[in-house]
Design a protein around this ligand. Structure first.
Ligand code: ACM
Length: 265
């Protein structure tokens, strides 16, 4: 299975330009599954909810999604991409899984970060795992990294690869995702953006350093902080299916959930 990411610098509000940047880069990729950053088409630092809503896509009626579906058909690969989602009057910070047969799933970010609560509705769909090209894939978005329950839930649902679109402004996530990968014995692809959103209300700088973490907790590859990078590598999913960390220690069989009731209170 060949998995990877595209790290780039979205231009705020320039949806068509960002789509062209993405499709041009991905046309060069030979991969089964590629992950793009959070809010890849709009940029991140919205002035208000009305601006986020105006720039958002309805996946059922969207030239952006039509272009992505056509690209997946042409290249025979799958994409997970962050995007601003419009559904009726609601607006979500979402991530879509698309493949050669079209749109497969939309995940809506459960844990909104900082100002995001002013722009988006909180996620309202269950965490799910989808089967593609012989792999089981789960999705989480950026700040979900700080909640180990998300990666654990995806892994318990059978995820072998966690796709993790991100727009990181802090420095903790990359190191933390190595632990998420180790404790769940999964691969995790964190696709971050870089560059700056300069807006009337201020500036935000994003930290790049996208990465692929392995089931042994090792960083298999990490991008530079402030540069475009399309990266793809082969991974062995059998390693992610086996939850043993010693012959007698199975990370899932050894759990004691009857003692974790606080976690769901
Ligand atoms: C974030 O959740 N975009 C930091």
């Amino acid at each position: 299975m060949r998995i990877g990411y595209y790290q780039f610098r979205p231009q705020f509000g320039r949806v068509s330009q960002n789509l062209l940047t993405i499709t041009t880069a991905l046309r060069e990729a030979v991969a089964d599954l590629l992950v793009l950053p959070e809010l890849a088409f709009t940029g991140y630092y919205f002035r208000d909810r009305a601006e986020a809503y105006r720039l958002a896509e309805d996946p059922d009626d969207s030239p952006v999604f039509e272009a992505l579906k056509a690209l997946c058909r042409e290249k025979r690969f799958h994409i997970v991409t962050g995007f601003a989602e419009r559904r009726g009057a609601n607006c979500y910070n979402s991530a879509a899984l698309l493949g050669p047969d079209g749109l497969i799933h939309v995940y809506r970010k459960l844990h909104l970060f900082h100002d995001e609560r002013q722009w988006f509705d909180p996620g309202d769909v269950p965490l799910r795992v989808l089967s593609i090209s012989g792999a089981r894939v789960g999705i989480m978005v950026c700040y979900d990294w700080a909640f180990p329950e998300v990666a654990r839930s995806l892994a318990l649902h059978g995820a072998e690869i966690i796709c993790h679109p991100a727009n990181l402004v802090l420095s903790f996530c990359q190191q933390t995702m190595l632990t998420r990968s180790l404790e769940n014995h999964v691969y995790a692809v964190t696709a971050n953006r870089y560059g700056t959103d300069s807006r009337p209300q201020g500036r935000l700088r994003f930290t790049g350093r996208s990465q692929i973490a392995g089931p042994d907790g090792k960083c298999l590859h990490r991008a530079p902080a402030q540069r475009n990078e399309l990266f793809v590598m082969d991974v062995d999913l059998a390693i992610a299916r086996d939850k043993h960390i010693t012959p007698l220690s199975d990370l899932f069989a050894d759990r004691r959930p009857e003692w974790y009731a606080e976690l769901t209170r």
